[in-house]
Write a protein of this length. Sequence first.
Length: 342
Amino acid sequence: MIFPVAGVEVHPLAVVFVGFTVGVAGSFLGVGGGFIATPALNILGFPMSYAVGTDLAHMMGKSIVATLRHRLLGNVDFKLGGLMVLGTIPGVELGKTIVLHLDRTGQAGPVIRYVYIALLAGVFLAFLRDYLKRRSSSKRSAPQMQDSGRGAWALRLVAPPFVSLPRSRIDRVSLWAIIGVGLVTGLAAGFLGVGGGFIRMAALLYLLGVPTLVAIGTDLFEIVVSGGYGAFTYALAGRVDLLAALVMLSGAAIGAWIGASATVYVKGNRIRLYLAGVVLAAAVATALKQLAESLGSTTLSTAGNYLIFGAGGLLVAVISLSWLRGVRREGQRSAANQSNGQ
């Protein structure tokens, strides 16, 4: 299938699979999935700046579906998301300006990939460390374990004005901390072509102390804003292939519903472990792509292809299985309750 704006020819099922994988994984993990989609589009042949802009457009549509589902589950703190927007918009604009400058100098691909690798590696280590720490603590004192970060750094920041976030179980936090998180993640969205989710999730969990499920839903709501604004600004620069975005969205809409539904049946700490795994796979695949360009090796480029799609397929299988098992257990309990009632 020819995608005219980006000027590439790619099998449409590969693009649909990227969208479906990102839909399931992103909605389940609360990260938008851009850290998978942008490298995947680049691996499939989309120039990096077009991969960034196209993914932002696709992410906006997919995140609307996921946010609506999480809203029904009570996982969205709209007050927190609205306040973060104050920092998100200028951050996206700054990131886009940097990317277009790098694109004019021919350095967009290598620079963005190197930043991707460094950020993803750091986020992987943070989530893995936190998972192991929580797992160890739960074994020692399971009743005391709570899925919230009461010792989060931002909660100790004394810089008025302060706001309360009842949905996130936060009594008092500086508004500047929330705007700062929005600014940094907006910059990530504009520069890396992601919703900023994998950074925002870490910030919501470890800086603000938001519970995992609320962080997932709120992050997806924020991605609607950052993805929408980012897609608009990139479209003005001619870097959005709407046809590719729509093909991706055809798979992402179904995947987003499945991923959001699966969060009901999986504990928050296990979700962090899954996130660590997929972040590591994306980092290695991006590194292989950069190494392949440097060495002119098609073998390494193919290896990156197999890794990103293999990891995405495995993650989708695990999440879908968790969802199906949860639905089946719920059905069995419902049937048992009805039998007891009779």
